[in-house]
Write a protein that binds this ligand. Structure first.
Ligand SMILES: CCC/C=C/C(=O)SCCNC(=O)CCNC(=O)[C@H](O)C(C)(C)COP(=O)([O-])OP(=O)([O-])OC[C@H]1O[C@@H](n2cnc3c(N)ncnc32)[C@H](O)[C@@H]1OP(=O)([O-])[O-]
Ligand SMILES: NC(=O)C1=CN([C@@H]2O[C@H](COP(=O)(O)OP(=O)(O)OC[C@H]3O[C@@H](n4cnc5c(N)ncnc54)[C@H](OP(=O)(O)O)[C@@H]3O)[C@@H](O)[C@H]2O)C=CC1
Length: 361
């Protein structure tokens, strides 16, 4: 398969590069006779994960919405050795999810490994985010992951067979993700699912782990996500936009196969006592802190957006320090009419800043 990432050179060494494509830490044939279902396995990191399972003998089912990409990936992955089935599926649809497991069962048997890799994402300031935008990301990333997981768990519990689930996450599950409120909330939910279900299903022999990629550029990235990487220039410094490596403690980006190797380890017999864990493969980027902090810029500035305009029909409230308090809103406003003030504005009282949150230090 094409290795679409070159390791950029730097004066400092950074973390060493990985072994070449095709290498493996696991014995050949580790996944012989094993069925692995990868959502979003037709593109990017999902395809890279699927490739490492294929090299080790797995039969694959790759599932996503777009037939053309699935078919192209199926041909690439088949060339690595295993059998590959492409299943068209929107993971937000529980009926389609069940049908994919039926099809996998008919082709090869109940999948032994489920990799929940499919997700949706685009940067948008929270104040601009429509309910539809929120749902598109949360329903795919969190609910879709749950629906796939539930189907896998139900079938294994019914059959009395063990299994392994790997949920692909993101490090802003821990930190929050300015500009990605929907995705960060969804990935935090996915991390919680990992921790919950590892305990709930451990007694039945089902492992559940998380796997978090760092910056791993690839040729299938959406224009929105690719644009977000290119946008880095001019926000904090004037370094070339394509110098992504310089922004990583490793002084290099990750390669998709490095995620694939981690996935094949987590689902392997050598990781049988690892469950409820989320493994981060990001060269420590998410723990990055400096001696000095870069200047703060708003998400709007980073995305090059104009200042926020309040929604029509929802008048801006005066600040808490305003003697007039809240402005009267019309009765049909989404916020309703302003409530009469029951007591004096506390921010005008001496010492109010101590417990007023935003005004305090
Ligand atoms: C970088 C950090 C690490 C994480 C990386 C990753 O996760 S990488 C993985 C990244 N990979 C992927 O994401 C791959 C899959 N992603 C996709 O297929 C699309 O990005 C998708 C999620 C929009 C498709 O969902 P769908 O079929 O449901 O699409 P739909 O067209 O029906 O739109 C639904 C709603 O979203 C709204 N909306 C859309 N774009 C924007 C925007 N830029 N701004 C604001 N809003 C936007 C749109 O207006 C609509 O809302 P409305 O009008 O009803 O209120
Ligand atoms: N690339 C990176 O640097 C990072 C990636 N991640 C995570 O890694 C994973 C893979 O990302 P990456 O490979 O970069 O992204 P891609 O955009 O290449 O992959 C997303 C995949 O999800 C599939 N998908 C999207 N929506 C649905 C849906 N509703 N039902 C079924 N499949 C769907 C897409 O296929 P289709 O359009 O055919 O449905 C596509 O194959 C994601 O979980 C992402 O959040 C996390 C941190 C960083």
């Amino acid at each position: 398969m094409a290795d679409d990432n070159a390791l950029p050179g730097r004066a400092l060494p950074g973390l060493p590069g990985p072994p070449p494509p095709g290498a493996s830490a696991l014995p050949p044939g580790t996944y012989d006779g094993t069925v692995v279902l990868v959502t979003g396995g037709g593109t990017g990191l999902g395809k890279a994960i699927a490739a490492e399972f294929a090299r080790l003998g797995a039969d694959l089912v790759i599932a996503s919405r777009k037939e053309d990409r699935l078919k192209a990936a199926r041909d690439e992955l088949t060339a690595l050795g295993g059998r590959v089935t492409a299943a068209i599926c929107d993971i937000r649809d529980p009926d389609r999810v069940a049908e994919v497991f039926d099809a996998a069962g008919e082709a090869y048997g109940l999948p032994d490994v489920l990799v929940n890799n499919a997700a949706a994402n685009f940067p948008v300031p929270a104040e601009d985010m429509s309910p539809g935008a929120w749902s598109a990301v949360v329903d795919t990333t969190l609910t879709g992951t749950f629906l796939m997981t539930r189907e896998f768990g139900r079938r294994h519990l019914a059959a009395g067979t063990p299994g392994s689930i790997i949920d692909v996450g993101a490090s802003y599950a821990w930190t929050g993700g300015p500009g990605f409120a929907h995705s960060a909330a969804a990935k935090a939910g996915v991390k919680s699912l990992v921790e919950t279900l590892a305990v709930e299903w451990g007694p039945y022999g089902i492992q559940v782990n998380g796997l978090v990629p760092g910056l791993m550029p690839h040729g299938d990235m959406t224009a929105e996500i690719r644009g977000n990487l290119d946008r880095a220039r001019g926000v904090h410094d004037q370094r070339p936009a394509d110098d992504m490596a310089a922004r990583q403690p490793a002084l290099r980006v990750g390669l998709p196969r490095e995620l694939g190797w981690a996935a094949t380890f987590l689902a392997s017999p050598y990781a049988r006592f690892i469950t409820g864990h989320t493994l981060v493969v990001d060269g420590a980027n998410w723990q990055r802190r400096g001696v000095v902090s870069p200047p703060v810029t708003t998400v709007r500035e980073q995305l090059g957006r104009d200042p926020f305009e309040p929604f029509k029909g929802c008048p801006r409230r005066e600040g808490r320090g305003s003697p007039a308090g809240a402005e009267e809103a019309p009765a049909d406003s989404p916020v309703g009419p302003a409530r009469p003030k029951a007591r004096p504005n506390r921010s005008a009282e001496p010492g109010a800043a101590r417990d007023s949150g935003a005004d305090g230090q």
